[in-house]
Every structure is written in structure tokens, then in C-alpha cells.
Design a protein around this ligand. Structure first.
Ligand SMILES: Cc1cc2nc3c(=O)[nH]c(=O)nc-3n(C[C@H](O)[C@H](O)[C@H](O)COP(=O)(O)O)c2cc1C
Length: 182
């Protein structure tokens, strides 16, 4: 397996009001321009076998209610924790509102990142915090230098979403290829 075009790629999202699904579709469209097809599925329809069928899995999660986990993701906590993703690669994207919820921006992405690290997933797709304005986030490194995945804010910075998705998809494609070659 040398690059993303040869990988079995999945994208799992959870959503309350549709934004995380919309961004997931943009990610799939961007990957399609690179000849990569993606199996995009709602977290409500996932079981352990999904992870066996994919080499690279993109996961999208919004934060709700002052740092809360989107409920469909939270419902799958037990299943996610029981996985062994050794040999699998995972990249995260998170949705939040940096102005309305600046003390909890993208916290749920931090929750998912912690689980993915615990189940031995190889993480790629970290994203710089430059260009965002927030007080605190569990979705970024302690030094606030990078988020644990692509950060999307449809409430305050929707006009930047397409460019961010395009840039990030190129980034994960390169990181995946570099990892497989190593
Ligand atoms: C009541 C409410 C609570 C929210 N809480 C947070 C929060 O704690 N942190 C955050 O980053 N965004 C928060 N948001 C913003 C949502 O995450 C954002 O609107 C996101 O795009 C929703 O994604 P979805 O449509 O996929 O559910 C909140 C939004 C609402 C309306």
C-alpha cells in the first residue's frame, strides 16, 4: 500500500444539524478529484466490521452544549474503545463555533483523539491553529500550536471552509503516502 489511491478509505461523521455531513461531502468531493473514492457513513450505522474493511478512516465530529460530545458519537463510546486500530490510519475533522463557544472550541475532537490514540490508530492530519480566535480547546495541543484535526467553523468562518478542506485533503494525502513509504 503506497498511497491513498490504493487504500480503502472511509469517512464516518456524526451530526445534529447537518454541517458535519456537508463538510464530509466536501472532503469526499475533493478526494474524488484525486481519483479516490470514499465510503462515507453515519456513525449511527457503524460497527466493528467497518474498521476491518478500511485502511484509512476520516472521522468528523461537532461539539455541542459547552464541550459536549455529539450524541451519536457518544452512543458509540463502548464500541470505539474496544477497537484495536493498530496498522490503521485515522484523520479527524471537527466542527465548532469559536466565538459563541470560545472556551470549549472543538472539545469533542479532543475526546475522539484521545480514544483513537488509546486504540493505537496512527494519527495524521493535524492542523495549525493560526487563523482561529478562541480561549480554550480540548481539541488542540496543550501549547495551542495545532488542532488534532481539521478545524471547521461554519458559524463564524464559513467562507474559509472550501479552501481549508482543499488544503487539508492535499495534506492528508501527502502524509498518508509518506507514512506508507516509511
Ligand atoms: C446550543 C449549541 C451549543 C454548542 N456548543 C458548542 C461548543 O461547546 N463548542 C463548539 O466548538 N461549538 C459549539 N456549538 C457549535 C456547533 O458545533 C456548530 O454549529 C456545528 O457546525 C454543528 O455541527 P452539526 O450541524 O454537524 O451538528 C454549539 C452550537 C449550539 C447551537
Amino acid at each position: 500500500m503506497s498511497n491513498l489511491a490504493q487504500a480503502r478509505v472511509g469517512l464516518i461523521f456524526g451530526t445534529d444539524t447537518g454541517n458535519t455531513e456537508d463538510v464530509g461531502e466536501k472532503i469526499c468531493d475533493e478526494l474524488a478529484t484525486m481519483g479516490i473514492s470514499v465510503d462515507m457513513t453515519n456513525i449511527t450505522d457503524i460497527d466493528e466490521s467497518y474498521f476491518e474493511r478500511h485502511d484509512f478512516i476520516i472521522m468528523g465530529i461537532p461539539t455541542w452544549d459547552f464541550g459536549g460530545i455529539q450524541e451519536d458519537w457518544e452512543d458509540q463510546y463502548g464500541m470505539l474503545n474496544s477497537l484495536d486500530l493498530s496498522g490503521k490510519t485515522v484523520a479527524l475533522y471537527g466542527l465548532g463555533d469559536q466565538l459563541g463557544y470560545g472556551d470549549y472550541f472543538l472539545d469533542a475532537m479532543g475526546w475522539l483523539h484521545e480514544i483513537m490514540q488509546k486504540v493505537n490508530a496512527n494519527m495524521i492530519g493535524y492542523w495549525p491553529t493560526v487563523g482561529y480566535d478562541f480561549e480554550a480547546s480540548l481539541g488542540c495541543s496543550p501549547d495551542k500550536s495545532h488542532f488534532f484535526g481539521l478545524a471547521i467553523d461554519e458559524d463564524q468562518q464559513f467562507e474559509q471552509t472550501d479552501a481549508r478542506v482543499s488544503h487539508w485533503v492535499k495534506q492528508i494525502s501527502e502524509e498518508y503516502g509518506a507514512d506508507q513509504a516509511a
